[in-house]
Design a protein around this ligand. Structure first.
Ligand SMILES: Cc1ncc(COP(=O)(O)O)c(C=O)c1O
Length: 384
């Protein structure tokens, strides 16, 4: 006999009775199963007693959170005539958008060519190839713009070679923001009121899109952005980064700086330990970005009033991280397993105060492109 979380007997559980819970609708195309992802309560033992947050499990999409935006950007480009029937889609990706574009390519009949860098997990490269995408790997980082700029330069070359090819340009395309309105509506349908949204930031797409729609319903929503140390998005200098998905070495135009009440930079050791703890305690985990966003959501659940309803978006699941986050050898070689876990972040008053190397928060959020040059102690001069 099945019971719900309140211990009540669920209908339709005796033999021969039809299950009364409406199943999700059968779908004729793989794109049809994107969205309507589950929301899971993350309480004890990951969080303290009477504490916790809701996790939106975007890893339940066929590829991950970016299935939503890949399909939307391709559909809009086809409608506008920017993407002709059968033309090639070319994009720079660290993986998740690539999975979504492979899905969009299969759905709408477009070849897909993806540009990545050596940091892409071999498993992900094989998966993308299995889904029919061609994967190009750049071999050298750009001298100032890092791997991301090197990837974008390669995309430019591929577009120049094929004038009919289309690049969704996830960093600057407003459709990458608009694509996330349905995710916000799902959250409202699932929990009603929302007080705090905790989101990772890479291109800025899902943080901007989900918060914009949620604020139409909850004007006082608090939005907490989660980045990685070494990322330039919120005004820190570019440093070598091992966390993938979140963070950037460029300044994507889709980041909506005005939406954030505070930002946290999370370090990889913290993210690894958090992802692992989540996996063993709640069977819901992911990689770098899930570890980072859950680190911050757990701290918020400890430091906010008990009535605060906190939502954290988990962009994908753990599968692609078995050779990194969940691999002891990989983590030990990089000293990720022997650093003490922090219970709370450090704090800086301004993003330009100093270079952060461990989990740190800041309640002043600005667009770094609007500032003058900043000198960071220990990092030389950083020109914005
Ligand atoms: C695993 C993962 N987490 C987080 C993000 C950040 O999402 P966004 O690009 O919407 O800011 C991405 C983006 O690629 C991602 O792949």
């Amino acid at each position: 006999m099945r019971t719900n979380t309140l211990g009540e007997v669920m209908p339709g559980t005796s033999p021969g009775q039809l299950l009364a819970i409406p199943p999700t609708m059968p779908q004729h195309t793989p794109a049809g199963v994107v969205g309507n992802t589950p929301l899971l309560w993350i309480g004890t033992p990951f969080c303290g007693p009477q504490q916790g947050f809701w996790a939106k499990l975007e890893g339940h999409n066929p590829g991950g959170i970016k299935d939503r935006t890949a399909l939307y950007m391709v559909e809009r480009a086809r409608e506008r005539g920017e993407l002709a029937p059968g033309a090639t889609i070319v994009e720079s990706t660290s993986g998740t958008l690539g999975l979504g574009l492979a899905l969009a390519g299969i759905t709408y009949g477009h070849p897909v060519e993806l540009v990545t860098d050596p940091g892409m997990e071999p498993l992900m490269a094989r998966l993308l190839a299995a889904y029919g995408a061609v994967v190009h790997t750049v071999t050298e980082p750009h001298p100032t713009g890092g791997w991301q700029q090197a990837r974008r330069d390669r995309v430019g070359e591929l577009l120049a070679d094929d004038p009919t090819a289309f690049c969704p340009d996830q960093y600057n395309n407003p459709d990458n923001v608009a694509a996330y309105a349905p995710l916000a509506h799902e959250l409202i349908a699932q929990v009603g009121r929302i007080d705090t949204l905790v989101v990772t930031v890479g291109t800025g797409g899902h943080s901007a899109g989900v918060s914009r729609t949620l604020r139409e319903f909850f004007p006082y929503l608090r939005v907490v952005g989660v980045d990685t140390i070494g990322s330039t998005i919120f005004g820190q200098p570019a440093l070598p980064r091992i966390m993938r998905g979140l963070g950037s070495s460029i300044h994507p135009r889709n980041v909506d700086y005005g939406t954030f009440d505070e930002v946290h930079w999370v370090d990889p050791a913290q993210a690894v330990r958090t992802s692992r703890t989540l996996a063993s305690s709640h069977y819901a985990s992911g990689g770098w970005s899930v570890g980072a966003v859950a680190t911050v959501a757990r701290w918020l659940s400890r430091t906010s009033p008990a009535t605060e309803r906190i939502i954290a978006i988990f962009p994908d699941g753990p599968q692609r991280y078995f050779d990194t986050v969940f691999n002891d050898e990989y983590c030990s070689e990089r000293g990720l397993l022997d650093q003490p876990l922090l219970r709370a972040p450090g704090e800086i008053a301004e993003p330009g105060e100093r270079v952060v190397t461990r989990w740190t928060r800041c309640t002043q959020v600005h667009d770094p492109r609007e500032g003058a040059s900043t000198t960071f102690a220990g990092a030389g001069e950083v020109r914005r």
